[in-house]
Design a protein around this ligand. Sequence first.
Ligand SMILES: Nc1ncnc2c1ncn2[C@@H]1O[C@H](COP(=O)(O)OP(=O)(O)OP(=O)(O)O)[C@@H](O)[C@H]1O
Ligand SMILES: [Mg+2]
Length: 346
Amino acid sequence: MTPATDHELSPVLRKQDAPLLRVENLSVAFHTRNGLVRAIEEVSFEVPAGKVLGIVGESGSGKSVTALSLLRLIPSEIAEISSGSVWFGGRDLTRLSERELRRIRGREIAMIFQEPMTSLNPIASVGAQLREPMQLHLGMKAAEASRRVEELLDLVGIPQPRKRMTQYPHELSGGMRQRVMIAMALSCEPKLLIADEPTTALDVTTQAQILDLLRSLQSRLGLSIILITHDLGVVAQFADNVQVMYAGRAIEQAAVAEIFRQPAHPYTEGLLKIVADLEAECGRLSSIEGTVPAPHELPPGCAFAPRCPRSDTACTASPPPLSPISPGRRCACVRPVGFPQFRASA
Ligand SMILES: Nc1ncnc2c1ncn2[C@@H]1O[C@H](COP(=O)(O)OP(=O)(O)OP(=O)(O)O)[C@@H](O)[C@H]1O
Ligand SMILES: [Mg+2]
């Protein structure tokens, strides 16, 4: 037996209660004309087996860069992983060869994106596209793969699957196309599904149907899911745990019920006020003044401080680290809202 290399040895992942995925201090920087610009900084989180992690944050906060970097889907000429590890199945994905990673992409970890039209091939039939990953990864023969395609289309709620298999993406509605994407993602029975804004291009009713579908598949198949969304309402319905991101950093992590009971970061508090106003159908909606700073314009302290109604001089020294504030909760704020004990010891 060949000795294990160090990227196969995650002592943490050998424990019984180990999470399916553990991301440690992941930083990613883009190559730009002005040199390397950090898009995400020291992001760490876990996804337990069979659980849903919601990742929320405004546009530009680093949600997609985080998701894409887990499978090294941003070409190295465009961006580099400057530090960190992505532990999955006892291996650090940041250190695998491209060949080793190809065996994991689509097979053990699958992704679905916001706009299925850009991910589906317009000149191949639905059946041909769905058969391909199973033939490639699982070595299935065409006839066996076709039978499985029919089952998968049925699983994701597409009526008349045999007829749909012969059709092309443009012949399907947006909701149907997203169901095809989900079927494709599930075709090789992945352990982890990463869904990056899977419903924002759809109307509200179809959005709800797709989320219901994902939820029922998650519990039937025991899948783990990372669900990326702008919408805390979606997180409330769908996720077990949540990570809030801001300007490339994870700034709050908690169980969903906890964060709704008591948001700790003033940014999360602001996001929740907007959701509460929407639900109450208020005439005047709350908003968070200003925008997320671009990666090359970050202030020296907490990146949210310039927009934060609670900020003072303590916030402008250096970015507060993501620190434990209660069991299972972490927050990157010098004075987390509703946690006076933490304030006293900070
Ligand atoms: N190709 C690129 N070159 C340079 N910077 C980039 C590139 N792609 C993304 N970025 C930067 O990385 C940061 C994070 O972007 P990301 O796409 O992860 O945001 P997001 O949270 O997914 O936003 P959205 O909600 O709009 O999808 C942004 O500041 C963005 O400008
Ligand atoms: Mg995105």
